[in-house]
Design a protein around this ligand. Structure first.
Ligand code: MSP
Length: 641
């Protein structure tokens, strides 16, 4: 493991307010930074705003504000957005910061001193959206492939950087360092760009046309081209040339970007560094796009974005972070929407994780005086222990390989294994027999220990809820190394009597979200994907714990017309379930019946009564409900499969 780690996001243009595309890269970087910190690595994460150039200058004018005032206002919105999403960046750099401007001037002078700058007339097609001259590769039917606009013909005097001179070096560097650009598809894309001339890079704009920029040190009539200016933020933020952070962190620099800014990072930036005599960065990690319901990249100008701040207001920052990391495959485009966020949240966080936490806490408080017991080794527990102890290693190598969704899936598979263990060991049955106290204690200890490990490994995605899971079990904080050791939850730990419900189930999705949920719907060729995504896997079905139960009591819930409070016997356990059956059954008609209950549903309080499950009923097609019963009499508690 490298001693240090420096991770960066792109710095965001302030002509737009923060949206989910920006949030995605920022969350990814924050996830990696938090993971590395938990691994004990010295880690630095930096984000910021890109504030110069034509595009920003125009946006300020359109808003009727001076450029600096406008940049201050929008830059602050980015800072606020990151606070709301639980981003723990160490620094926030702005290209209008004096520390940044100084370094830009320094590097320009170094490149000029190396003889790599000359003046010439430029004649070409310019896309203001991209803030660069276009080549044939950048155009589709004469339009910019990203902005769908026709570029402007421009002819002007510019200073040029001899980028082409460094093409052979860059080619060799990429071939000799297979992990320099990741994933591989993007590396190949860059190698193919380098197969042809890359030309020289225009690095200035006449000040009279673009007054909002950093003046060239040797010619005040020209300002620095916005990309040449912006890329330098990565070294300016850590105090290039002689800052201590630069010496320590630059060799371990990893940039995270979206695929639209690949060329600037993979071609402009390494050649600029080379010309300035600076060692190049370690990794360029390239993410795909989040796609909207129209099958196109989400962007404000296309009007197909989901607002991450509205989402985090509704479901919490942790839910949004978890969803974006789990639902996307890093490097590939992924469709996202509010409906699928809610599905993912309910299945993983509310059901698998939150429900297990609530159940183990309830049994510890009810039967073991809220004290974590000492476990006693038992053969049944070996698979859970082994999987728990091996999990951190697996997760760490997936994070290193940028497989963030797979890393989270590993943890959730372990949580599902814990749920199965809990259900198979039936601790509520053990609790009835004083002779089996020791076994009860061991089973509950193992579930707590498993949740401790899972909560540490989920913490980079769930920076608030990860620690809260442990607080609910009376536990503190741990490193990744401590998550790879089984048995660090201290017997004797007191379980707090009160703990907030961490992931309450979301039953209502706002109407507008329905359209976003089926993000593939608008693209006809993806229709099949939509219908397949509605199917569940056998594993999904296996997560529902269906049992036969006997109704041993029934009474109306006071002040309601529809609800009955049922007492059920599920094996040896008694449960209360509130069911909407009062209009279909009189209480006495249900007593003695065998019914089917969803036994691992998160408890919910209905009209002041805690409902610990749900019984299944069929619609009779005439507005009535008929409860489902086994055809012949089966033992209560029998598993339905
Ligand atoms: N200012 C430049 C970056 C300079 S870095 C030295 C810039 N800014 S941006 O605000 O336009 O975009 C920043 C990042 O957001 C890019 O990596 C871009 O890919 C990403 N995203 C914007 N919309 C996106 C999606 N819909 N999906 C994923 N990321 C996208 O470019």
């Amino acid at each position: 493991m490298a001693a240090s780690c420096y991770v960066t996001t792109p710095i965001y243009y302030v002509n737009d307010v923060p949206h989910i595309g920006h949030a995605y890269t920022t969350i990814t970087v924050d996830f990696v930074a938090r993971f590395r910190r938990l691994c004990g690595q010295a880690t630095l994460s930096v984000t910021g705003t890109d504030e110069h150039g034509e595009k920003v200058y125009k946006a300020a004018a359109d808003a009727g504000e001076g450029p600096q005032e406008f940049c201050d206002r929008i830059s602050q919105r980015f800072r606020d957005a990151w606070t709301a999403l639980g981003i723990g960046n160490d620094d926030f750099i702005r290209t209008t910061d004096a520390r940044h401007k100084r370094v830009v001037a320094h590097i320009l002078e170094a490149v000029q001193a190396a003889g790599d700058v000359y003046y010439d007339e430029y004649d070409g097609l310019y896309c203001v959206g991209c803030e660069r001259f276009m080549t044939d590769r950048d155009l589709v039917d004469g339009r910019c492939r990203d902005h769908h606009t026709v570029p402007e013909q421009r002819r002007e005097g510019n200073y040029f950087f001899r980028m082409e001179k460094y093409r052979p070096w860059l080619n060799d560097h990429i071939r000799a360092n297979p992990s320099f650009i990741r994933p591989d598809g993007y590396r190949n894309e860059v190698l193919s760009m380098l197969g042809d001339s890359i030309g020289d890079l225009s690095i200035s704009r006449p000040r009279e046309r673009v007054p909002w920029g950093i003046p060239l040190p040797w010619d005040g009539d020209h300002v620095t081209y916005v990309w040449f200016d912006a890329l330098i933020n990565y070294v300016a933020a850590i105090g290039y040339p002689d800052g201590e952070l630069f010496a320590r962190f630059w060799p371990a620099a990893q940039h995270f970007i979206g695929k639209d800014i690949l060329k600037a990072h993979a071609v402009f930036w390494p050649t600029m560094l080379k010309a300035a005599g600076i060692q190049t960065y370690q990794h360029l990690n390239v993410g795909g796009f989040l796609m909207g319901s129209d099958g196109r990249k989400m962007s404000k100008s296309l009007g197909n974005v989901v607002d991450p701040f509205a989402l985090s207001g509704r479901y919490g920052a942790d839910a949004v972070r978890y969803y974006l990391l789990k639902e996307t495959v890093y490097g590939q485009d992924s469709a996202v929407g509010e409906g699928s966020l809610v599905e993912r949240y309910n299945a993983d966080l509310a059901n698998d994780l939150g429900n297990l936490l609530a159940r183990v806490r309830a049994l510890l408080l009810r039967h073991l005086d809220g004290v974590l017991p000492a476990p006693v080794a038992h053969a049944d527990d070996v698979p859970v222990r082994d999987c728990g102890a091996g999990l951190a290693g697996v997760v760490e190598s997936l994070v290193t390989d940028l497989k963030f969704h797979a890393a989270l899936e590993e943890v959730m598979q372990f949580v599902r294994q814990l749920n199965r263990y809990f259900n198979d060991q039936e601790p509520w049955v053990l609790a009835r027999d004083v002779g089996r106290r020791e076994r009860l204690g061991t089973v509950l200890y193992n579930v707590v220990e498993g949740l401790r490990i899972a909560s540490v490994l989920l913490e980079p995605a769930l920076p608030n809820k990860g620690p809260e899971i442990r607080r609910g079990l009376g536990l503190g904080d741990y490193t990744v190394a401590q998550a790879s050791e089984w048995g660090l939850s201290e017997p004797g730990t007191a379980i707090p009597a009160e703990a907030p419900q961490l992931f309450p189930r979301i039953d209502e999705v706002p109407a507008a979200a329905g359209a976003l949920a089926e993000t593939a719907r608008a693209a006809p060729q993806e229709k099949e994907v939509t219908s397949v995504s509605k199917l569940i896997s056998i594993d999904d079905f296996g997560r529902i714990d269906l049992r036969v139960a006997e109704v041993i009591g029934a009474e109306p819930v006071p002040k309601t017309d529809k609800l009955l409070k049922l007492k059920l016997r599920v094996g040896e356990e008694e449960r209360t379930v509130v069911a909407g059956l009062a209009e279909h059954y009189r209480p006495h008609q249900l007593v003695g019946k065998r019914v089917v209950v969803v036994a691992n549903l998160q408890p919910a309080v209905l009209r002041g009564v805690e409902s610990q499950g749900m019984i299944l009923a069929a619609d009779d097609g005439a507005g009535g409900l008929v409860v489902i019963s086994p055809e012949t009499e089966v033992e209560s508690g029998a598993k339905i499969q």
